[in-house]
Each structure stands twice: as C-alpha cells, then as structure tokens.
Design a protein around this ligand. Sequence first.
Ligand SMILES: *[C@@H]1O[C@H](CO)[C@@H](O)[C@H](O)[C@H]1NC(C)=O
Ligand SMILES: *[C@@H]1O[C@H](CO)[C@@H](O)[C@H](O)[C@H]1NC(C)=O
Ligand SMILES: *[C@@H]1O[C@H](CO)[C@@H](O)[C@H](O)[C@H]1NC(C)=O
Length: 509
Amino acid sequence: MMFFFLLNLSINFVRPFYKTYSFSWIISEEYLQNANIISQQLIAYGYQYAIVDYLWYRSLKGDSNYLGFDMIDEWGRMLPDPERWPSSRGRRGFTDVANKVHSMGLKFGIHLMPGTSTQASNNNMPILDTTTGQPYMESGRVWNAKDIGIPSRACKWMTNGFMAINATTGAGKAFLRSIYELYASWGVDFILNGLEHPIVLSLSPGVSPTPLMANSVSSLVNTYRVTEDDWDEWSAILADFNVARDFAASNLIGKTCLRGKSWPDLDMLPFGWITDAAVREGPHRVTQDEQRTQMTLWCMAKSPIMYGGDLRKIDAWTLGLITNPTLLNINIFSSDNHEFLEITTLNDVKTKGHTVTKVPFTYSLALTECTDPKASGWSSEKYNQDLERICFKSPTQDQEEPFCVHKRELPIASSKQSSIQSEQIWKLKSNGTLVNGEIYVAFFNLNNETTRISANIADLPAFSRLGTRRKLRICAGTETWSRSIIRTKTTFSAEVPGHGIALFVLKCL
Ligand SMILES: *[C@@H]1O[C@H](CO)[C@@H](O)[C@H](O)[C@H]1NC(C)=O
Ligand SMILES: *[C@@H]1O[C@H](CO)[C@@H](O)[C@H](O)[C@H]1NC(C)=O
Ligand SMILES: *[C@@H]1O[C@H](CO)[C@@H](O)[C@H](O)[C@H]1NC(C)=O
C-alpha cells in the first residue's frame, strides 16, 4: 500500500488532525458538517486540518476497486465526483469546499494515491506541460500516460486503480507538477517545494515498515505510517506497542528531516461513531479503558493524532478523550519518550507468562506563564474559563504556525508545597526551548485482568538524568484518570484495569 497526502503545516511539532476515515470512501459534502464541528469544538485544542479521505473522484456506481468510474480531466488528473461533490461542477474542483473550510478557520487536505490511474493509462491520455499549457513534448514527441506508468507496479490493494510512474523522466515530473498545480489552484493546503510555502508530506510506505526502512524515508517526509490500517480492535492496539517501542528505541521520533522533523504515524484513532458502510455501522467495539490506552500510547509515541469518527454523533466521553489537555501536551510537547520495563506487578502469579506491561516514560517541559519579558514570541489565548492555550510563534519564522500547549492545573497544587510550586516556573532559552522538569509515566496493563503495577522512582530513566547532581528528595504529582495524589520517595503504584492504563504526571525534586 502506498498513499500520501499533503498539507501545509508547520512540521516541527506533531499536531492533531481530522480525517473522514470512518466514512470509508463514500463521503459527500456532508464532510463540511464535520468540518464545521471541528471549527466549533476542536480548533481550540489544536485540530486544524480537515482531510478528505481516498477516492473522492470515484462514482458511487463503481466500487473501491472498480475500473472506469473515476472522474478525470483530459490530462489524466482526478476531479471530485460531481454526484457527491455538487459544488465541483463546471470544473471548479474543490475550490468551493476549500473556501468554506478556510472560512471556518481550518485547513483543507486531500488524500492522493501515488502515480497515475489505470483509466488514464488505458486511454493513453496526454500529460500537461504546465509551462506551455500544451501536451508535454520531449525528444520531438508527445508523451502520454502509457509512457510514464509502470503496470508491473500496480497498487497492491487497489490493483485496478493506480500504478507507479517513472518519476525520473521529464514527463513523469511534468505529470506530478500538473496535478499539484491543479490542486493548489483549488486552495488545497499543500504546496510544493519550489512553490512558496512549506509542505507536509505524509507517506504510507507499505505494510510492516521497519526502523531500517524508516531511516531511508524519514529524511524525505514529515509523517509516515508504520502500522497497518487501524480498526477498532484490541488486537490491533496490542500490535502497535512493539512498533512504538522499536521506533522510539531507534530515535526516529522527531528525527530531523528535509524541512523540519518527521514523525512515525500509528494511524487513525477509530473512536466514537464509526460508519464504514462496507464493514460496520455504529459505535466502537473497544472498551473505554482500551481507548484510553490507545490514545495514551499514541501521545507517548508522539504519533500524529488523527481522529476519524463521525463528529456529528460524537459523545461527550469520546470528545473528552480526544481533547484531553494532559494527553495533547504529552503528544505535542514531551521529548525523549521510551519504553522501560523496571516495573513489578503484584498479582501476576496466576497470569505469569501472559503479563506484558509496557511502561514508556517521558521527560517533559511544563509551561505556566508568559510574563517573562524575554518570552518574545509567546502569547496566551483564553477560550473559556477552563481552557487557555499558550502559544509560541518564532519572530524569524513567520511562515510557521504557532505551536501551542494547553494550560492546566499544576500537578502539585497544595499550598504546603510552595517550594515545589516555585520550581514550576519555566525558563525560556534563547532558542525557544523551555526548561522545567515534569515526568510522565504510563503503566499499560496489556493483561485482561486488573493488576496492581508499581515502579520505583529511582528506576525511572528520566529521573537518573535529573537526579545525578543532587540527591532526590521526593516525587509528587497526580494520576490522570483517578486524580489521586502521589507523593513518594521510593515506589508508586496503581490498580490498573485490564487493557487499561494509569498515567502519572510527576515532578521530582
Ligand atoms: C525510468 O526511466 C529511465 C529514463 O528513461 C530509465 O532509465 C529507467 O529504466 C526507467 N525505470 C523504470 C522502472 O521503468
Ligand atoms: C536549546 O538550548 C539549550 C541550552 O541553552 C540546549 O540544551 C538545547 O538542546 C537547545 N535545544 C535546541 C532544540 O536547540
Ligand atoms: C484473558 O486472557 C487469558 C490469557 O490470555 C485468556 O485465556 C482468557 O480467555 C481471557 N479472558 C477474557 C475474559 O477475555
């Protein structure tokens, strides 16, 4: 499988997205109703990109692997299916949809298949030379779709639909330029190298990518899929733990790439109302504990967060999960996240041999105020009583969007701990990094029975980095879901439900 979509966004931080994943390929302009809900309810949490998933150009009279039902122009370029996207009639493409999405304060993204369509190849359509407006000519002849398509490299999961092209040829390059220029003219928020804006390239390099393979792609793209399509099944979540561990251990999370950083992508979060018409209808099949586990793993692994359910039917619990400020801050803001295994489970005699408990940790930075006069580029935005965002926009990088974190309660709030409170004040370094230690520890119980899990603070790798200079006195903080207070000089523990999670936000002095 190989697909990519392109967006214009700043790529130095992971950001949450929305993609019309749960609708399968059949979505129509009802997409705009979902976009409207993002602008009303999710934008304050950083969700800014509303992406139309695959096959927006295919007539509903075909099916997802049917040949000859795609809307394409005379140059072999995809156009929206006018039955589902009536505003595209008269060759307007996605212009009106993009305008509406922009007027909601959002960005518009689309899914693209790589290469050229079999339909264009069968009809041997000419390739547009955008510099002349004429068919592409080289070596005294016109080049057509058959000259660039490589039929032996058809898309494996849509064999009738698309094939790779030879992009080393002048005609192959001209074809790519012609599709990007068309989509840019509609207002799609992706832009090419060589045009004016930075791009984000999100690639799906195929099933079972390894860190070794990622090493070769991560310098070229901004996010890349490292898992198979992720439906709402516990077995799928379980499989992703090993992937997340391996990519973290290979230091591939946030690796510097061509234009910023690159992020291994664990795929969509199929929470809430999933409406894939071909497969299933209705709410999710994983428990709330399992969904918390999945969301936390995604955030700890700094995977792009992509919500894919039908927002018109989202319930309050799911909305709370995908906008949880602690989790979003971990996703955007934490660093150096890894698995560690120095934990004990107190009741695993019975389940010995089955218990596989993963404990990633992270050393993170906490931010509470913007009053420092040196905090140039920082600002705070209050959305309502409970929600305030603190944002940084580099004065020298005005093409980049601001990067924002959510202000929230300090992990230690009692007046008795004033010495700890004063430690919370962050210091801004000249390069824009914030310095303050906050450690996130997640106990994942992959077993199906409630298990008491504990760890020793001296075993936290984050602690050994913090604590070598002065003797550790105490770690304190809260467990995110139970809100229980932790204060310890030695161990801390939690009863973790089957397939569930305990998430500690700790400050160690
Ligand atoms: C791509 O085109 C180049 C230049 O014409 C040629 O040398 C190469 O063999 C082609 N590659 C494939 C996979 O067809
Ligand atoms: C920013 O500067 C601090 C020291 O002043 C350094 O430790 C840190 O690695 C720098 N971060 C980046 C992203 O350059
Ligand atoms: C719990 O897990 C054990 C071991 O994997 C399995 O045998 C058992 O059927 C599971 N129980 C439930 C209720 O899923």
